[in-house]
Design a protein around this ligand. Structure first.
Ligand SMILES: Nc1nc2c(ncn2[C@@H]2O[C@H](COP(=O)(O)OP(=O)(O)O)[C@@H](O)[C@H]2O)c(=O)[nH]1
Ligand SMILES: [Mg+2]
Length: 331
């Protein structure tokens, strides 16, 4: 597991010995589903199954969909009494800070695993060929002393992946493979199968909901402020203007908590400096519409996640109207 672009699929391809079978060669992730690959262990005595997953920031899927896919797979395999021997978590040593998407991925991973399974986790850094040795070392230290500390204290180990088959198998070898009877389910498997919890009541489900709720609190504040501002403008001039909408922190909330790239102007329509006293420009409408679409997409994810069908339908209709308007506007 790990963020999109961290090198998960490349690792599996290297281990199996079929480079380019599944790895993405641009920013668009190739792994949309869970991919399990069976391959012979180099010891010649057993087979091993490597399971490749999409990242929580996957280019084609929302967090909720990714979590649902992974959860369904883990649930189904646990029901068949198949348990994982260990987990590899991938991180690009290139990234100079752990924030936003990589941090969200790591937190989700921790919730999915549960503390009891940290000892079966190998934290793998990739892209060593892309950094200067001392820069890489410094980042590795930062990871070990800060972001990975909780995990390494509870038994996780760390390894570097060097893009070769030997390196991949050395990392797989770092997982202490216990006999099937001694393997433990992940926290999400216990919650969903043993405790019959629906996905949104599990620890990882709650993590997704928290990040979506965070977006919504910003959304509420934004509209609260906008309403007041529109009223004020109406009183002042008898009409409201999009170009005078107040700056809001909603856009930064959205990008921080969801990885969606927006800038403040997208939601405030506050981009047209030339027309600050005139009626809203076409550009103002367009950026406001884009912001609305972003918000409706989040609303749609949330309603799907908690399985509120009537809400999902209502939001889906609003979303398609907004998207249709956007198409017309850009035609
Ligand atoms: N230079 C370099 N590129 C890598 C490394 N690992 C993966 N890549 C490249 O990074 C991109 C994303 O890798 P991929 O395996 O698809 O990432 P995933 O989304 O985690 O499955 C691909 O273009 C890979 O070829 C590495 O260690 N070094
Ligand atoms: Mg992949």
């Amino acid at each position: 597991m790990g963020p999109t672009g961290a090198g998960k699929t490349t690792f599996v391809d290297c281990a199996v010995g079929s480079p380019d079978a599944g790895a993405g060669h641009d920013l668009v992730s190739c792994t949309k589903e869970i991919r399990a690959v069976r391959c012979p262990h180099p010891d010649g005595e057993r087979n091993i199954v490597l399971v490749d997953t999409p990242g929580f920031d996957d280019t084609f899927m929302s967090d909720t969909q990714v979590l649902r896919n992974i959860a369904e797979w883990l649930k189904a395999t646990y029901k068949q009494k198949v348990l994982l021997s260990g987990l590899l978590y991938f991180h690009r040593i290139l990234d100079n800070r752990v924030a936003g998407t990589p941090l969200r991925n790591l937190n989700m991973f921790k919730e999915l695993c549960g503390k009891d399974n940290f000892k079966n986790v190998v934290l793998v850094t990739t892209m060593w060929d892309e950094v200067l040795e001392d820069v890489g070392l410094q980042r590795e230290e930062e990871l070990q002393n800060e972001f990975w500390k909780v995990m390494t204290r509870l038994g996780s180990t760390t390894r570097r992946f060097h893009l070769t088959k030997e390196s991949a198998w050395e990392i797989i070898g770092a997982i202490s493979v216990s006999i099937p009877e001694e393997r433990r389910p992940l926290l999400i498997q216990q919650e969903m199968v043993d405790e019959y919890k629906p996905l949104h009541k599990t620890s990882s489900g709650k993590t997704v909901l928290r990040s979506i709720s965070y977006v919504f609190s910003g959304f509420k504040r934004f509209f609260g402020r906008s309403k007041k501002d529109i009223k004020r403008n109406k009183n002042r001039r008898g009409k409201h203007r999009l170009s005078r909408w107040p700056s809001s922190s909603i856009a930064s909330h959205i990008s921080r908590s969801s990885g969606v790239t927006t800038d403040e102007s997208v939601l405030t329509g506050n981009t047209d400096t030339s027309g600050s006293t005139g009626a809203p420009s076409e550009h103002d409408y367009r950026v406001t519409l884009e912001g609305l679409i972003t918000i409706l997409m989040h609303a749609h994810n949330m309603s799907e996640f908690v399985r509120t069908h009537s809400l999902t339908e209502a939001i889906a209709s609003s979303l398609s109207i907004a998207q249709a308007l956007e198409v017309i506007a850009s035609a």
